[in-house]
Design a protein around this ligand. Structure first.
Ligand SMILES: NC(=O)c1ccc[n+]([C@@H]2O[C@H](COP(=O)([O-])OP(=O)(O)OC[C@H]3O[C@@H](n4cnc5c(N)ncnc54)[C@H](OP(=O)(O)O)[C@@H]3O)[C@@H](O)[C@H]2O)c1
Length: 259
């Protein structure tokens, strides 16, 4: 049985960056896949321009759209308050930190500002978002019994294989010489591991997941995977996570990746 079926046992899932690309596909697949969680909280920095998301929400009453710009602390706090009112005593079961940007620059073109911009969105924001939602995750975890997984509470950080320090060597190092993006995802990997250590006593599973190379605005038209293919596999992996996956860095197929 696909791990995705476990989303039926999950009260709420929050996705950042749900206006397009992988975030939108997560919301779509969760809503239409036959294993829909209680509440799908789709966050976007600009709901008015998220046309496809609005259309999905019109036909699926368990999709709740909330405004969230992940690089604004004020926006993060406001969103956490709104989500708190939505989930109430049940808390938040699954937080997917998906929003991300790719500031493309190599050794010759990179600037300090480019590094900081990419770091803010990809590494700092998932940490600040998780901090703000921690009381809601703790609330869900405290109600969920023993073990770890999305039926209790989990934080999934959408990282990239390009953040692997070990894999950026030899032939592979000739591709994608993107300083801001690669280093921001390496930092996100460390954030994931640090949070896994800190959130373990609360029973909150925390891990980093690579979605594969996917045909989105970021992945481009040459990527081998469609959003549907990537997310179908990702939801199966996320749904099947247990304590053995706590603190892991996984490929969208579920295999471990080297840090
Ligand atoms: N596609 C791939 O091949 C691939 C591979 C490895 C990892 N990933 C990772 O997977 C995640 C999703 O990628 P994608 O391919 O779906 O990218 P995408 O098509 O470029 O979409 C990015 C999403 O992030 C949102 N976003 C960016 N900055 C934000 C902010 N400050 N606040 C809130 N939302 C913000 C965008 O919202 P707006 O519409 O408002 O701009 C959009 O919804 C990213 O973390 C990316 O690094 C992707």
């Amino acid at each position: 049985m696909s791990g995705a079926m476990n989303f039926k046992n999950c009260g709420s899932v929050l996705v950042t960056g749900a206006s397009r690309g992988l975030g939108l596909q997560i919301v779509d697949s969760l809503a239409t896949g036959g294993f829909s969680p209680g509440k799908i909280i789709a966050t976007t920095r600009n709901p008015a321009s998220a046309q496809e998301l609005q259309e999905l929400a019109e036909t699926h009453s368990n999709i709740h759209i909330i405004t969230l710009d992940v690089v604004s602390q004020q926006s993060i706090e406001k969103a956490a308050e709104e989500v708190g009112q939505l989930v109430r005593d049940e808390g938040l079961n699954c937080l997917i930190n998906n929003a991300g940007i790719n500031v493309v620059a190599n050794f010759q073109t990179v600037t300090a500002e480019m590094m900081i911009e990419n770091f803010h969105t990809n590494s700092v924001a998932p940490l600040m978002v998780t901090k703000a939602f921690l009381p809601l995750l703790q609330q869900a975890a405290s109600r969920g019994g023993a073990g770890m997984g999305i039926q209790r509470a989990a934080v999934i950080n959408m990282t990239s294989l390009l953040g692997s320090v070990e894999l950026n060597w030899g032939e592979r190092a000739d591709n994608f010489k993107w300083y801001p993006y690669r280093t921001s995802k390496s930092a996100l990997n460390m954030v994931s591991r640090c949070m896994a250590v800190d959130l373990e006593p609360d029973g909150i599973l925390c891990m980093a997941l690579h979605p594969g190379w996917v045909r989105t605005d970021m992945g481009g038209p040459e990527a081998p995977l469609s959003p549907e293919e990537s997310i179908s596999s990702i939801l199966s992996v996320i749904g099947g996570l247990t304590e053995k996956d706590h603190g892991s860095f996984l490929h969208y197929t579920g295999e471990p990746l080297p840090w």
